[in-house]
Design a protein around this ligand. Structure first.
Ligand SMILES: O=C[C@H](O)COP(=O)(O)O
Length: 278
């Protein structure tokens, strides 16, 4: 079971008890009026809101899915992605299914998880193909699966298909595999975002996620806040797509995101403008 406030497994929570020597203070999540911080004194809560928090910059590394999902990604780039994730203590690397065996072998024995995507980026594969793709990815070593919502079904008000898709994926990759659904928020109305988030909660998924990064329009604070209000503390919320700056990433966390999907992770944690996005 995932910690509702922080999306932390017990194993990750234990790892987070001690901040590494010289490590920067970390902001781990802000949900229902409280933020969880990690500093030299350990893990503790503070009231939410930037004004109530000690001044940053915070290290956001433990929240980041270090992401490379481009068609032209090579094995050498995946190797570099994994090395960066290990160096900076990111939550996971997020790669296409082709690269799962390579990433999971490089990350074996570390706290960095292997995350992949299913039905990506359109969400329009058959429900059976999505479920099977997820199953195979887990067999290959994936610990986290980010599926894309059946967006067209949602737009057509065919919520039964959306529900069957979510339930089918959950059945195909039960816990402890972490299962996220990408809503592709830029294509949905607020009513549709709320409905999809509610169905994901009912189907037992672990996270709702904003965007693939492939449609026009990525994560917004308003969408993250809406998704967080909808799922409460029962699920994680992952903000992804178009986050290129530290300030942008921090805004997502303050709005309720407990995971960040970034291809510009290294530049973002170093406070740069994200020019080194994959
Ligand atoms: O799932 C995550 C996204 O693909 C990342 O999008 P980005 O390349 O805009 O950071």
């Amino acid at each position: 079971m995932i910690d509702p406030l922080l999306d932390l497994t017990a194993e990750v929570r234990a790892r987070l008890q001690v901040l590494p020597e010289g490590g920067r203070p970390q902001l781990l999540g802000c949900v229902e009026g409280f933020c969880m911080l990690r500093d030299q004194a350990g893990l503790h809560h503070r009231p939410a809101g930037q004004a109530a928090l000690p001044a940053g910059p915070w290290d956001l590394s433990p929240l980041i899915d270090h992401t490379l999902l481009k068609a032209e990604a090579t094995g050498a780039q995946v190797e570099r992605l994994c090395a960066e994730a290990l160096k900076h203590g990111f939550a996971s690397v997020c790669i296409n299914p082709l690269w799962v065996p390579l990433a999971s072998s490089l990350l074996k024995g570390s706290a960095v998880r292997t995350c992949t995507v299913v039905g990506f980026p359109l969400g329009a594969s058959s429900l059976r193909a999505k479920a099977h793709e997820a199953e195979l990815a887990v067999r290959d070593g994936a610990q986290e699966v980010d599926m894309v919502l059946a967006v067209g079904a949602a737009k057509a008000d065919d919520w039964d298909t959306v529900r069957r898709d979510l339930e089918g994926l959950r059945a195909a990759v039960p816990a402890p595999t972490v299962l996220k659904v990408i809503l592709e928020t830029c294509l949905l109305t607020d009513t549709e975002k709320t409905r999809a988030s509610t169905l994901a909660l009912e189907a037992g998924l672990d996270f709702v996620k904003t965007s693939t990064g492939f449609s026009t329009g990525g994560a917004t604070e308003a969408d993250v806040a809406l998704m967080r209000r909808t799922v409460g503390t029962a699920m994680g919320v992952k903000a992804s797509g178009g986050i290129r700056t530290y300030e942008g990433a921090l805004a997502m966390v303050l709005a309720g995101a407990t995971r960040l999907g970034l291809s510009a992770s290294v530049a973002v944690i170093q406070g740069g403008a994200g020019s080194e996005a994959y």
